[in-house]
Design a protein around this ligand. Structure first.
Ligand code: AHN
Ligand code: ZN
Length: 324
């Protein structure tokens, strides 16, 4: 009974947390629903509770089931793409890309993506004794999927008078984060998106453009315009950064410096012929990757709801203002 009560209480609090309209720009009325950062946070925590989602592990496989089940519960048509690959060190891995589609029949589509696996090696940890320990990947992995699950929930909740005009695909990449560090071995990263860029989950699938999310839940986080994105999809960078300014999240989506060239899943999508940008978190204090990156500190304790909110609300803004 206590359990039921506390679940009910938690659910009520979750709903209450979603009601405020925290949009900062008073002159602009957005058609988008309110992104609930408490929900996104709960989805990040639920993924982390499986343990590190490293390739070929039971935690990984169970979390994949959880992600597919959640998207289905939010009314998506879910596609699985299973494939075999080899890590740079020769280890064979079983991959599963998961695609959640809304308005699957619409010709005009955008895709939002992120990786759901977590890294097997905390090889950036300050303590070298941890370099072979798997990480929770709360930010580096779970944060993007948490945001995408809340986007899915909002797509389902949208009432008939406020439906999005386009198709939306939420793509969860596998095997992004088993690459060889500091080696220049670019092709050792992003194995799930590499596979998908050659063989789509549906033959002939394409989209107008894509937005890849990576490390979108850290503290002291800022998003700089990443340079492959600027090369392949500059108008989409403008669109997303512009949407963020419009709704009051310019502090997060910054023009202050450029974001360098990052090997990430968006690069594979671009190479596959769909313009795609990367929204990837940087540390606002030192300008590099987040402090927790590939360390044991990348856990739920360091997830920041405001960052989840800034990214999630900006994504809803982009989705709800995209013309057919
Ligand atoms: C490289 O370190 C080459 N790329 C970063 C891609 C990445 C790893 N994103 C999150 N984890
Ligand atoms: Zn990583």
């Amino acid at each position: 009974m206590r359990r039921i009560l506390s679940t009910l209480l938690g659910f009520t609090l979750l709903l209450m947390g979603c009601k405020e309209k925290p949009v900062v720009n008073a002159d602009y009325v957005s058609p988008a629903p309110v992104f609930c950062e408490d929900s996104a946070y709960a989805y990040v925590a639920e993924q982390c509770a499986f343990g590190p989602r490293v390739m070929n592990s039971a935690a990984h496989d169970s979390c994949g089931e959880y992600i597919a089940r959640k998207f289905k519960s939010f009314g998506a048509v879910v596609y699985d793409q299973y494939a075999d690959a080899k890590l740079y060190n020769g280890t064979p891995v079983k991959m599963r890309n998961i695609v959640a589609s809304y308005n699957p029949e619409a010709a005009a589509r955008i895709l939002i993506a992120g990786h759901w696996d977590s890294r097997q090696w905390a090889d950036n940890d300050p303590d070298a004794a941890n370099h072979n320990t798997p990480i929770d990947g709360a930010n580096d992995g779970a944060s993007s999927i948490g945001v995408m699950l809340e986007i899915a929930r909002q797509l389902q909740l949208a009432n008939d008078s406020n439906q999005v005009k386009i198709g939306v695909d939420l793509i969860c990449w596998d095997a992004e984060d088993s690459g060889e560090s500091a080696s220049g071995n670019e092709s050792s990263w992003c194995l799930g998106s590499q596979y998908w860029s050659g063989i789509r989950h549906i033959e002939g699938y394409t989209a107008r453009y894509g937005i890849n999310l990576d490390m979108v839940g850290g503290g002291n986080t800022v998003f700089y315009r990443e340079q492959y994105s600027m090369g392949y999809a500059p108008t989409m960078v403008d669109k997303v950064w512009g949407a963020a300014q419009r709704i009051g999240y310019g502090k997060f989506f910054s023009y202050d410096q450029d974001g360098g060239y990052i090997t990430d899943d968006h690069l594979q999508v671009n190479r596959g012929g769909i313009p795609c940008i990367d929204v990837i978190g940087f540390d606002s204090e030192n300008g590099g990757f987040p402090r927790t990156w590939h360390t044991l500190d990348d856990n739920i304790k360091h997830i920041n709801k405001e960052t989840l909110k800034a990214v999630g609300q900006t994504m809803l803004e982009v989705i709800w203002t995209e013309e057919n």
